[in-house]
Design a protein around this ligand. Structure first.
Ligand code: SAM
Ligand code: DTB
Ligand code: SF4
Length: 345
């Protein structure tokens, strides 16, 4: 979709937008099932990058307790518990700028991926930058999806992160796609962005070829000690609008109602599900912050009559449309101006 099309959508009266989004959702996901994913931070804190929202950056004095890469057995305890709780995707995050093949830590991650995949769980990892060879090795080890968020527009990105560029993020996404791994790519609301920044992000993601398998929509969990510690909470109905726009812009992808869900009422979450969210992080913790209680989530889904999705460990990555250019490619200079220039483009 284009930015202009997305702006027209976003400006629709709330119920008109929700009605359209729900119709798209029903067409592409007729069973309406919700995917349950459990997160584990396998390496916490001490990250070299300066993402202004993130407590794991070593640049900020936060209250976070760091730890080195967890041992395989410890990860497996969490993975088995996630499976027993009904979760079908296990997502492991590491606070690294990226990984390099041939290093002990990458070999350790590959071992962990193989063991988690053997549990008949879908395996997602988010390890930062990847080259083509590392992406291939992750695929061979059994990774189902790779999470690498663009977070916001290319125009706003340099206000949020200076230690790597939007182009770096796009390159990793391309490497993941080339290795035949499903891409999970989304963003964060509440990081001092404009509506245009949000829609630019969706414009770029909606033009990925192949399409992403999932699109996480996070809302900032303000972390003491980070530059965004005092940012105001995102309005719940703004999250619903963003979910609806994501559902229409990327109709085949799972839209994941991600960080910030613990600050939403059951009623606001219900609107998100109606607008097309069909995946959540499930379990007491995200990476380092709180998540809604699992029992409350089960009760909410049961109350709404929403069933949960089974695992699909043989899930094939979305195919590219041969009629369109392979992407992501660097986004063009936008027609709008919202303060920052596209320094990375
Ligand atoms: N280091 C890897 C990377 O940057 O891709 C993986 C971990 S990083 C924590 C994954 C994503 O979590 C970020 O891209 C961001 O969207 C989200 N995130 C991090 N801190 C957050 C916060 N305080 N509130 C909401 N989302 C956050
Ligand atoms: C994503 O988009 N959100 C998750 C997952 N991918 C890795 C991470 C959310 C992190 C929220 C802050 C924290 O718990 O540290
Ligand atoms: Fe590091 Fe990822 Fe946090 Fe950025 S978002 S500081 S890359 S862990």
């Amino acid at each position: 979709m284009t930015l202009t099309e997305l702006q027209a959508l976003h400006e629709l009266p709330f119920f008109a937008l929700l009605t359209r989004a729900h119709a798209v959702h029903e067409r592409h996901f007729p069973d309406g099932k919700i995917q349950l994913c459990t997160l584990l931070s396998i390496k916490t804190g001490g990250c070299s990058e300066d993402c202004a929202y993130c407590a794991q950056s070593a640049r900020y004095k936060t209250e976070l307790e760091s730890h080195v890469l967890l041992e395989r057995e410890e990860v497996m305890l969490h993975a088995r518990a996630a499976k027993d709780s009904g979760s079908t995707r296990f997502c492991m995050g590491a606070a690294w700028r990226g990984v390099r093949g041939g290093t002990a830590r990458f070999e350790q991650v590959l071992d962990i991926v193989r063991d988690v995949a053997a549990l008949n769980l879908e395996v997602c990892v988010t390890l930062g930058e990847l080259g083509p060879a590392e992406a291939q090795q992750l695929r061979e080890a059994g990774v189902t999806a790779y999470n690498h968020n663009l977070d916001t527009s290319p125009e706003h990105y340099p206000n949020i992160v200076t230690s790597h560029t939007y182009q770096d993020r796009l390159r990793t996404i391309r490497n993941v796609q080339d290795a035949g791994i499903s891409v999970c790519c989304g963003g964060i609301l509440g990081i001092s962005e404009t509506i245009t920044d949000r829609l630019r992000l969706l414009e770029i993601i909606s033009n990925f070829n192949p399409a992403p398998e999932s699109v996480p929509i996070n809302s900032l969990m303000p972390m003491p000690g980070t530059p965004m510690a005092d940012n105001p909470q995102v309005e719940p109905l703004d999250i619903v609008r963003m979910i609806a726009c994501a559902r229409i812009a990327v109709p085949t992808a799972k839209v994941r109602l991600s960080a910030g869900r613990s600050r939403l009422s059951d009623e606001a979450q219900t609107l998100c599900f109606f607008a097309g969210a069909n995946s959540i992080f499930y379990g007491e913790k995200l990476l380092t912050t709180e998540n809604p209680d699992a029992a409350n989530d089960r009760a909410l889904l049961a109350n709404l009559g929403l069933l949960t999705l089974e695992p699909d460990t043989a899930l094939a990555a979305p195919l590219a449309d041969p009629a369109l250019p392979a992407s992501p490619v660097m986004p063009e200079q936008p027609a709008h101006a919202n303060g920052a220039t596209a320094a990375c483009c």
